[in-house]
Design a protein around this ligand. Structure first.
Ligand code: FES
Ligand code: FES
Length: 157
């Protein structure tokens, strides 16, 4: 398929790449941008492992076209840390043992980051709702909820 120029921002850096009209955002991020933190865990739209933020809102990158994000700000797990310091959500997962095999973790972190931006003080029910599209086969979710709660607490002034 013919390629056309895609312009967007990924983790704060402007990019310009020749991309096929049918390329999925997850493939663009992994194969073109070289950001393999975003994972593929299912045949499409069912597990949340591929969650990224687009203009600050969680989006499943496995069912989004890269070109649909033209002119938008895409954030992946690689963009969470700054100056070598983990984000509050990353620290929460680290300290509360919210990650075991880690395959779901990038998507969980991005979904949780999107939640805390729009709702810095979520209830447990709101956290569960925000992460309801993200499947974890290891943790039983309790540690993940605690991780997000710890991040919300840390970010409280
Ligand atoms: S890989 Fe996108 S929802 Fe599973
Ligand atoms: S930590 Fe293994 S799938 Fe969630």
């Amino acid at each position: 398929m013919a390629k056309s120029i895609l312009r967007l921002t990924v983790n704060g850096s402007r990019r310009e790449d020749a991309v096929s009209a049918n390329m999925l955002l997850v493939d663009y991020l992994r194969e073109v941008a070289g950001l393999t933190g975003t994972k593929i865990g299912c045949d499409g739209g069912e597990c949340g492992a591929c969650t990224v933020l687009v203009d600050g809102r969680p989006r499943l990158s496995c069912i989004s076209l890269a070109h649909a994000c033209a002119g938008q700000r895409v954030e992946t797990v690689e963009g969470c840390a700054s100056d070598g310091r983990m984000s509050a959500v990353q620290r929460g997962f680290h300290e509360k043992l919210g990650s075991q095999c880690g395959y779901c973790t990038p998507g969980m972190i991005m979904a949780a980051s999107g939640l805390l931006r729009r709702n810095p003080h979520p209830t447990e029910a709101e956290i569960r709702e925000a992460l309801s599209g993200n499947i974890c086969r290891c943790t039983g979710y309790v540690k993940i909820i605690e991780a997000v709660q710890a991040a919300a607490k840390e970010a409280t002034p």
